[in-house]
Write a protein that binds this ligand. Sequence first.
Ligand SMILES: [Zn+2]
Length: 237
Amino acid sequence: MRRTRRRRGRRRSRPLFEVPPKGVLGVLAVSLLLSIVISRGVMPVTAVRPLEGQVVFIDPGHGGIDPGACGQTYTEKEIVLKVALLLGSRLERNGARVVYTRTGDYDLETPDVSDVDARIKLMKQSRATVALSLHCNAFTDPWERGAQVFYNASKHPDSKKLAQMIQDELVKSTDTEREISARLDHFILNHAEMPAVTVELGFLSNPDEEMLLGSDEYQEKLVTCIYEAVFAFITSQ
Ligand SMILES: [Zn+2]
């Protein structure tokens, strides 16, 4: 962002006229500042919020006593939470309302409701445009790697399209060679009334990919992939 320069020594100059009341001064200062900023094109007169009115449901998997998959250094619950919050704030900056299942390290279990049922309930109540569940994978073979998107086409016909759009972005920007898959029995996919996907961000059982997944830079890259695809999906509806 460009900044307006201040002339040195300006504060020392004496006023040549009577000082107006403080409130008037404040209004004048704000008006002057706004006119400078707007005339220089630094700030748009009205912010563009293309996702205004849209609701996005984001479910960072696991949490609390359930760490999910565990690598040597990182756990699934912490990585999916970081990516979820970054993704959510980018969606919010562009006007969307985000409904999270969790925004910290906890699960949703209560004496009356299981964690799974609580997440399903939140998703249904959200009436979201799309539902995204974020997870990390793990496998016995440490060579397995790559982000992959899952869907359940029997629940909503557009889930496959959303999955493909996210997978395409991931293939373009990361080294995954994986394809979308309908072979995942996941409660979010099985109960979604809106287009829904589960994004497996990568394999924590692969030491190289684990380091990537734990890095801010790679998390931002994953967020950009998911955001771009979700944005394109929503705005193409
Ligand atoms: Zn998981």
